[in-house]
Design a protein around this ligand. Sequence first.
Ligand code: P6P
Length: 339
Amino acid sequence: SGEEQVNTDLITLTRHVLNDQFNLGAAASGDLTLLLTAIQLTSKFIATNVRKARLINLVGLAGDTNVQGEEQKKLDVLSNDIMVNALRASGKTAVLVSEELEDAVIIEDQYKGKYCVVFDPLDGSSNIDAGVNIGTIFGVYQVQEGSKGTVADVLRPGNQMVAAGYTMYGSSANLVLSTGHGVNGYTLDAALGEFILTHPNIRIPPRGKIYSFNEGNSMYFNAPVVRYLESIKYPASGKPYSARYIGSMVADVHRTLLYGGIFGYPEDKKSKKGKLRLLYEAFPMAFLTEQAGGVATTGTGRILDIVPTSIHERCPVFLGSKDDVQDLQKFYQEANGTA
Ligand code: P6P
């Protein structure tokens, strides 16, 4: 019949994670599922504010007053408050690190739980006036054995994260998540208020045809990056790669996960350690990339193996299709004589 087939067996994010946790056996206490439910709530709330912002120009600077004359918060400040409050109220967190907060938040005992969440509440928010997709990025550690929850619990390599993900706010809200068993994508059905599984088991193609760098920084690029870009722009054989750069990490990484290719924000003469933040940009995106079968490197080392020394430190990022990123690494190995 011509009726639209109604799917009566919806796989929501919660159900999917519960299955995942259930399949892990008794070890799963349900705490991670409850934490991810809190994160889902924040993404829904931020999504509505991003949508509103485009309507009532909510993106004014903090301190301005909006049409209702209320004290107006910048969207990223608002998103940060939403996340801190919801994560604290979940009772599942011990330490929070936000791109918006100078210091780590240590959750008071009555609300303390066993997870530490590092996040950028609204990455790329400078793009929102242009209607460019922006997003929330998060990574999750368990507190260390015997720890009451201190900043030491988040100054750990990304290879100790138990989950990572992002929510991209565009025509719809897309939440992409890994709890260490592959990567899945969910799309918000606003009518239901549920994230529905739409991209099961995302795998990055082993090689792509797209490179994603801000070539406006070319005059600052180091030799390995210059040589690598030349090799894909003027290939000895075959066709040159296509350039796609949105300037919003969540959007550039989302395309890379789905289509393949390479995304890079290298260290260069202007940004000695690159621009992207290690804890809540590089680690979560590297976690997702590896879980989807790709590679994530600084050029000379695996991003997930870096031991952070401060919560807002930066690091160089190259991530994407295995073959493409390994091609880039060869130029670093040549330069360092380790080829
Ligand atoms: P550039 C956005 O401001 C951001 O933090 C990331 O989302 C994005 O990948 C990068 O900076 C863009 O930086 O220097 O190319 O504008």
